[in-house]
Design a binder for this molecule. Structure first.
Ligand SMILES: N[C@@H](CCC(=O)N[C@@H](CS)C(=O)NCC(=O)O)C(=O)O
Length: 214
């Protein structure tokens, strides 16, 4: 069984969604980033960047255990392992790589900065960075909206790919970065399509926080 080191965040959720969609058995190992649990030596051995998510697969290449950190690398590994949600032909794989990297490099880091600066109380401190990251966030939603015109999925036909799971993890937090999906109708339709999938619903429902005592 795969151990998923995670928390209830966009990058954590995208792996839960992928594992559910792939039907792989896994166990959630909560790393509570609100309590600073990432630097624990055992976790750093698995995730040297001290961030969630990370996985340990006891049945990795050659039947040997393997750990993987960075959510994009984890998605690629799981797609390789299962042969699911990644086209087999090179021409089909290229757009999946492109849109996965687009998410990892932009549609995540930029949105996360909006989350961070919205928490800064001092208006003078946050005005310029918040405006910058919000502008970039809207630009990225616009890019995604144009890509999804006339398409069901971001990089594939007929079935989603790991790129959809990656992007969905962040779109799931659209209210938190204050984006009205109604302004991006193709994104909104895609979001509803993805959220209607039973595997996706399970991926967002699985507990990724510890129940608070008392
Ligand atoms: N590029 C990394 C980013 C991982 C990341 O930033 N994870 C956040 C939660 S979404 C985290 O662990 N934050 C804890 C911290 O900042 O110390 C990935 O996609 O896996």
């Amino acid at each position: 069984m795969i151990d998923l080191f995670t928390f209830d965040t966009p990058n954590g959720r995208k792996i839960g969604v992928a594992l559910e969609e792939m039907g792989l058995p896994y166990r959630v190992r909560v790393v509570d980033i609100t309590k600073g649990e990432q630097p624990a030596p055992d976790f750093l051995r698995i995730s040297p960047n001290s961030r969630i998510p990370a996985i340990v697969d006891p049945e990795g290449p050659g039947g040997k255990p393997v750990s993987v950190f960075e959510s994009g690398a984890i998605l690629l590994y799981l797609a390789e392992k299962t042969g699911r949600f990644m086209p087999r032909d090179l021409a089909g794989r290229i757009p999946v790589w492109e849109w996965l990297m687009w998410q990892m490099g932009g549609f995540g880091p930029m949105l996360g900065q909006v989350h961070a600066y919205l928490q800064v109380a001092d208006e003078a401190d946050r005005r310029h960075p918040l405006a910058r990251y919000q502008t970039e966030t809207h630009r990225l939603y616009g890019v995604l909206d144009r890509r999804l015109a006339g398409r069901d999925f971001v990089a594939t036909e007929g079935e989603p790919s790991i790129a959809d799971f990656a992007i969905l993890g962040w779109a799931w937090r659209h209210e938190r970065h204050r984006v009205d999906l109604g302004a991006y109708p193709n994104v909104q339709a895609w979001y509803q399509r993805m959220m209607a999938r039973p595997g996706v619903q399970r991926g967002f429902a699985v507990p990724m926080r510890r129940a608070e005592a008392g």
